[in-house]
Design a protein around this ligand. Structure first.
Ligand SMILES: Nc1nc2c(ncn2[C@@H]2O[C@H](COP(=O)(O)OP(=O)(O)OP(=O)(O)O)[C@@H](O)[C@H]2O)c(=O)[nH]1
Length: 298
C-alpha cells in the first residue's frame, strides 16, 4: 500500500524538480491534456493517471485513475499498464510491460508522453523550458502560476482526504521605502535575501513561492492553524534577526505574515487567498513585523 504522507509531500515538490536541479530522465507531455508538463524520473515509482493522488496527474476522462506505472530497475526505466480502460501504448503498440528507450512515445488515453533519458540534450532543453515556465527568475522560487497549480492540487487532496492545509502570505514591510532609500537593485537584493531565509527556515518539502513583487506564499500541508502560525513566526523572527548589508551598514528588514487554514466552506483557492490576505492586512494595520491568524482575532 502506498504511503499517503509521501504522496502528499511529492505533490508539493513534484519529484524534486525544483529550480537548479541537474538534468535527469524525464517524461514530458507532448500531445493532449497537460501538454508541456514534465515529471523528472528518479528512483521513485511514478504513477500516471487521472487521480489527484498520483505523481503525474493527467486530468482527462480518457485516462484511468491509475493508468500506468514507471519505475527504475537495474539502471533502466520500465513501464507497466495498471489495467487501464484505454491501455498504455509505446510507439503506438499496446503494452502490458516494457523497458523504456530514449525518445519513446507513451500513449496514455488521448495524451502522448515522451520519455527522455538522463542527460540527453532534449531532456535538458525541456528542463530549461520547464524552469522558465515555473520559477521566478529573481529568487529561483516557484512563480505565481506554478504556486496556483500546486496549491489547487493540495486543496483537492485536503478536501478528499479530510486533511488540514494552511497558507501563509509573507509581505516585506515598507519595501517601497527600501527601494526609495537604497535603489531598486538593492531592493532586489532584499527580495533575494528574504527568499533565501524562507528556503532555509521552512521544511525542505514545503511549497514556497514568490507570488508578487515583495510577496511570498508558504503552504503548510497537513498542518493545522496553530502549527502553521508557529512556522510563520519562525520565518518572521529569522527575517528580523538577519542583517541586510545595503550600503550604509546593517539595515533591519521585517515581514508581516497572514495565515489561514483552508476549510470546505471556502470557495477553493480564491477563498483561502482572501482569508490569508485579510490576516496579512491585519498584521500590517496593527503595526507590521507580526504574524496574524484567525485564532488570535480577539
Ligand atoms: N526592487 C524591486 N521592487 C519591487 C519589485 N516588485 C515590486 N516592487 C516595489 O515594491 C513596492 C511595494 O510597495 P507597497 O506595496 O506600497 O508596500 P510597502 O512599501 O512594502 O508597504 P507595506 O506593505 O504597507 O509595509 C513598490 O514600490 C514596487 O515598485 C521588484 O521586483 N524589485
Amino acid at each position: 500500500m502506498r504511503n499517503s504522507n509521501t504522496t502528499q509531500r511529492r505533490a508539493l515538490r513534484p519529484l524534486d524538480d525544483r529550480p537548479g536541479r541537474s538534468s535527469a530522465a524525464c517524461v514530458v507531455v507532448i500531445h493532449g491534456e497537460g501538454m508541456g508538463r514534465r515529471v523528472q524520473l528518479g528512483d521513485q515509482i511514478v504513477i500516471v493517471g487521472r487521480s489527484p493522488d498520483v505523481e503525474f496527474q493527467i486530468n482527462h476522462r480518457s485516462v484511468s485513475r491509475q493508468h500506468c506505472r514507471i519505475w527504475r530497475e537495474n539502471g533502466e526505466y520500465r513501464i507497466r499498464d495498471l489495467d487501464s480502460t484505454n491501455r498504455t501504448y509505446i510507439n503506438d503498440k499496446a503494452v502490458q510491460e516494457a523497458t523504456l528507450q530514449d525518445g519513446d512515445h507513451i500513449g496514455v488515453g488521448d495524451s502522448v508522453l515522451k520519455f527522455m533519458e538522463q542527460g540527453s540534450l532534449e531532456a535538458r532543453y525541456h528542463e530549461e523550458l520547464y524552469q522558465l515556465a515555473t520559477s521566478d527568475p529573481l529568487t529561483g522560487l516557484y512563480n505565481r502560476r506554478q504556486f496556483q497549480e500546486l496549491i489547487e492540487k493540495e486543496i483537492l487532496r485536503a478536501a478528499r482526504h479530510h486533511r488540514s492545509l494552511c497558507l501563509a502570505l509573507v509581505d516585506i514591510d515598507h519595501f517601497k521605502a527600501i527601494n526609495d532609500r537604497f535603489g531598486h537593485p538593492m531592493g532586489d537584493t532584499v527580495i533575494r535575501g528574504v527568499a533565501d531565509i524562507l528556503r532555509r527556515t521552512v521544511r525542505s518539502d514545503q511549497l514556497v513561492a514568490r507570488i508578487g513583487g515583495e510577496e511570498f506564499a508558504l503552504v503548510y500541508a497537513e498542518q493545522v492553524l496553530a502549527e502553521a502560525a508557529e512556522g510563520a513566526e519562525r520565518v518572521r523572527a529569522a527575517v528580523q534577526a538577519h542583517h541586510f548589508e545595503l550600503g550604509n551598514g546593517p539595515t533591519a528588514v521585517t515581514v508581516s505574515i497572514g495565515v489561514a487554514q483552508w476549510s470546505g466552506a471556502m470557495s477553493g483557492l480564491p477563498g483561502l487567498l482572501r482569508a490569508a490576505d485579510s490576516e496579512l492586512y491585519r498584521a500590517k494595520r496593527t503595526g507590521r513585523n507580526r504574524v496574524c491568524h484567525g485564532d488570535d482575532n480577539t
